[in-house]
Design a protein around this ligand. Structure first.
Ligand code: ADP
Length: 454
């Protein structure tokens, strides 16, 4: 499905916080007007006021504001916006929303509804990747049968341990690891029931469970004329409960020779499915091999590390592609320089991880060469309990990884935030850890480190 290339001069941002501000900045740099929708809780925030226009669309509860499709479409109509940028989270991967935006004659800044739907169904996504030659986790790209005999055979063919996953799953939910045949049928039944309740479809699939992988992902950028490039890779293995905490680009210790063919396969997959806009292919990496797990059909929280190394403004590129422009770069012009690291600064207790709400009484942000802070907060800002705890992203860029790590330590040390609890003390400690400094730690490292440190 080709998008009509209506040019637009006003973008409605259907999101909040740092990412809304990030998109406002890109619009401004391109001479576009930015409209921000906001809830009652965000109405008086400086970030909302910094847009050309802000419009309150409902109460603080997300279902009544940031997830309220009708209110957002009405706001677009009232403000004369020609395009909608969904940011990440909220409605960014909602097929119905992207279709409704386009049906209203507006441009959805993201892929078309079909691409979102394919990638949102993990079985369909896996089979599209197999067809494009993207390496996937061993296991069939078809729905798991319901007969016990067939389930046992699938597991035995893959070899234990296996993981049973819901086709409609997301957010780290709807999957179960199975160590041996004794637990198999019960695990399948439980996951199927959970999937039916949580995702509206009981469809499951099964694959090999990898025991010590790293999370490595590839950023792609595609226009509506069949051109696509990949902008290098990121390592997001530092996670707690499947939530990324620190991200970096490039992934340490991964040679171009090793990842080059994987990037090329991602580009080929984009061309095959007629993908447009930005996207991320997520892989598990273990013992020298990559295994596709999912594609995110939106801008990601960690996009700045790729911006820093590639020199490409990813949000501006999204806007250009949505205007129908042809990509201004070819793969041969993409060069990644140095090393970038991002820390997610969360309003949460560093020991219990409980979200902390309240007023930021004092704020001093780190600055200097190679230091970037993407944030919507300021002194006096009230952190609301209604939303995600991410309040700032601290990004550094250095000559190499050692240089970037050193720069991050200094930036974390000079980051002063008072009034609410944050994970800053934890991040400062993590950057002193020898194994992390060495690089190449797996996705379980952070949780183990949290348990064992004094
Ligand atoms: P979601 O859409 O819920 O985020 P993913 O398929 O991306 O689901 O998986 C989330 C996380 O679950 C991965 O980052 C990884 O930690 C773990 N995981 C998923 N599949 C496997 C697998 N085959 N082997 C090991 N871990 C896995």
């Amino acid at each position: 499905m080709m998008q009509s290339h209506q040019r637009f001069d006003t973008v409605l941002i259907a999101n909040r916080g740092e990412i809304a501000l990030r998109v406002v900045r890109a619009c401004r740099e391109m001479g576009l007007k930015a409209v921000v929708v906001c809830s009652e809780a965000d109405r008086d925030s400086a970030y909302a006021r910094s847009a050309d226009q802000s419009i309150c669309i409902g109460p603080s509860t997300v279902s009544k504001s940031y997830l309220n499709q009708n209110a957002i479409l009405l706001a677009a109509r009232l403000t004369g916006a020609g395009a909608v940028h969904p940011g990440y989270g909220f409605l960014s991967e909602n097929t119905r929303f992207s279709a409704a935006v386009e049906a209203a004659g507006l441009t959805f800044i993201g892929p078309d509804a079909n691409a979102i739907a394919t990638m949102g169904d993990k079985i369909a996504a896996k089979s599209a990747m197999v067809a494009a030659g993207v390496p996937c986790v061993p296991g069939p790209d078809t729905e798991l049968a319901s007969e016990p005999q067939a389930i046992r055979k699938t597991a035995a063919d893959i070899g234990y341990p296996v993981i049973v996953k819901a086709a409609g799953g997301g957010g780290g939910r709807g999957m179960r690891v199975v160590l041996d045949e004794a637990e198999l049928l019960q695990a399948v039944a439980l996951t199927r029931e959970e999937a039916r309740k949580a995702f509206g479809t009981p469809a499951l699939y099964m694959e090999k469970f990898l025991q010590h992988p790293r999370h490595i992902e590839i950023q792609v950028l595609c226009d509506t004329h069949g051109n696509a490039v990949w902008l290098g890779h990121r390592d997001c293995s530092m996670q707690r409960r499947h939530q990324k905490v620190v991200e970096e680009a490039p992934a340490p210790g991964i040679s171009d020779v090793l990842i080059g063919p994987v990037g090329a396969a991602c580009v080929k997959a984009c061309k095959q499915i007629g993908y447009r806009g930005v996207g991320t292919f997520e892989f598990l990496y273990e013992d020298g091999a990559f295994y596709f797990i999912e594609m995110n059909t939106r801008l990601q929280v960690e996009h700045p590390v790729t911006e820093e190394t590639s020199g490409v403004d990813i949000v501006q590129q999204q806007l250009r592609v949505a205007q129908g422009e042809t990509l201004s770069m070819e793969q041969g012009n993409v060069t990644c320089i140095g090393h970038a690291i991002e820390c997610r600064i969360n309003a949460e207790d560093p020991a219990t991880f409980m979200p902390s709400a309240g007023v930021i009484t004092a704020l001093e942000l780190p600055e200097g060469e190679g230091v970037r802070v993407d944030t919507h907060v300021e002194a006096g800002y009230k952190v609301s309990p209604y939303y995600d705890s991410l309040i700032a992203k601290l990004i550094v860029h250095g000559r190499d990884r050692t240089d970037a790590m050193q720069r991050m330590r200094a930036a974390l040390a000079s980051f002063k935030l008072e009034g609410i609890a944050t994970n800053l003390p934890l991040l400062r400690e993590l950057f002193e850890d020898a194994a992390f400094a060495e690089g190449e730690t797996d996705i379980h490292y952070l949780e183990k480190w949290l348990k064992t440190r004094g």
